[in-house]
Design a binder for this molecule. Structure first.
Ligand SMILES: Nc1nc2c(c(=O)[nH]1)N[C@H]1C(S)=C(S)[C@@H](COP(=O)(O)O)O[C@H]1N2
Ligand SMILES: [Mo]
Length: 362
């Protein structure tokens, strides 16, 4: 035994492969937290394979499987159905992954994989009702048009959702985002939106809805998106969004390092907080790296599945400070101070830390 302290090795930088993924799938710049509804071009993006080419004229949504009356619907048919518009916060389950050590190799999100859009669409439950569920239906499979190879398996992006979750009233077949048709990158012509769940459930470029009499065991359910500590474990499925709060980083950034500088005096910190089991009932702010906390003012949500604004007046004194924020939801779930590691790097909702320097008064 040696009494020499060995320092943990520095985490290796991101690889060219991770950089390529990061360049395709952008996050929401955190200053965009100022908008209650994220402008579509600032909403984060996550696309496993390629954006598929879709001809809206020939495109159809097929509804089949364990139903009495299979349906085939055009975009026109879907747009003629009763529509609702509701703000929903989507967050990628991998948000925070790059802050884990060791870093799980996938899309290396820091903490910007979030956005809130006003989604317009028709409720899925009524459509399933018209198709007529057969006895023994337990799950609904949503299949996208995009294809790729993942885990050495050629596949289309598709996800199963337990029937009880699929028929909740807030689950939408969405054809609009922020009052416009869906953009190609967000799933044109039609996507699923599963409010409250991490983004992987909201299948884009939807082509097929298949009612199943047993749980779907495809790649995105049985291998990806599972919470586990070892590769061999089967783990538990990733589902609802864990509570998180983020702040608009105050002051101004240095170009390369993004280190921040804030003027001395009163400084209004603001941000958004959300939970897939909302509402958020408390947001706290710390200016000393999490040693001491004070309550922020928290707004009511615009919908049960939309983030909530918060604000806090901070008195910036000269020196270096680490600003943090922490959300707690109605179920008492709160954000941990330190990340909790898992194989896939999912659901890391550890508190945000923003280092700022306040220069001494002249
Ligand atoms: N067909 C399809 N749907 C998909 C994906 C995909 O790659 N293909 N990515 C999923 C993931 S992991 C997330 S986080 C959200 C992202 O939605 P957005 O790009 O509209 O923000 O879409 C989900 N739906
Ligand atoms: Mo995701």
């Amino acid at each position: 035994m040696s009494d020499v302290e060995v320092e943990a090795p520095a985490p290796a930088g991101v690889s060219m492969e991770e950089l390529r993924l990061a360049a395709r799938n952008h996050g929401m710049p955190l200053e965009a937290l100022r908008y209650p509804v994220t402008p579509a071009g600032l909403h984060y993006l996550l696309i496993h394979y390629d954006i598929p080419e879709v001809d809206p004229v020939t495109w159809r949504l097929e509804v089949g499987g364990a139903v009495r009356r299979p349906l085939s619907l055009s975009l026109e048919d879907l747009m003629a159905r009763p529509a609702v518009t509701t703000p929903v916060t989507l967050e990628c389950a991998g948000n925070g992954r790059a802050l884990l050590e060791p870093r799980p190799i996938s899309q290396p999100w820091v903490m910007e994989a979030v956005g809130t859009a006003e989604w317009t669409g028709t409720p899925l439950a009524a459509l399933l009702d018209e198709a007529g569920l057969e006895d023994g239906a337990v799950e609904v499979l949503f299949s996208g048009l995009d294809r790729g190879v993942e885990g050495e398996m050629e596949q289309r992006y598709e996800r199963g959702l337990p029937l009880d979750d699929a028929i909740r009233p807030e689950v939408l077949l969405a054809h609009g985002m922020n009052g416009q048709p869906l953009l190609p990158q967000h799933g044109f012509p039609l996507r699923l939106v599963v409010p409250g769940w991490y983004g992987m459930a909201s299948v884009k470029w939807l082509a097929r809805v298949t009612v199943l009499d047993r749980p779907f065991d495809g790649y995105q359910n049985s291998h990806s998106y599972r919470m586990r500590m070892q590769e061999e474990e089967s783990g538990t499925p990733v589902s609802r969004i864990q509570p998180r709060s983020l702040m608009v980083p105050p002051g101004i950034p240095e170009f390369l390092t993004r280190a921040r500088q804030v003027g001395a005096g009163p400084c209004d910190l603001r941000g958004r907080a959300w939970s897939g089991s909302g509402p958020v009932i408390r947001v706290e702010v710390s200016a000393d790296g999490g040693e001491s906390w004070s309550d922020a003012d928290v707004e009511e949500p615009a919908s049960p599945f939309a983030w909530q604004g918060w604000s806090f007046r901070w008195d910036a004194t000269p020196g270096r400070h680490v600003l943090c924020c922490r959300a707690t939801d109605a179920g008492g779930r709160t954000q941990p101070l330190e990340p909790e590691w898992n194989v896939g790097g999912y659901a890391n909702n550890a508190v945000q830390r923003v280092q700022v320097t306040v220069p001494a008064d002249e």
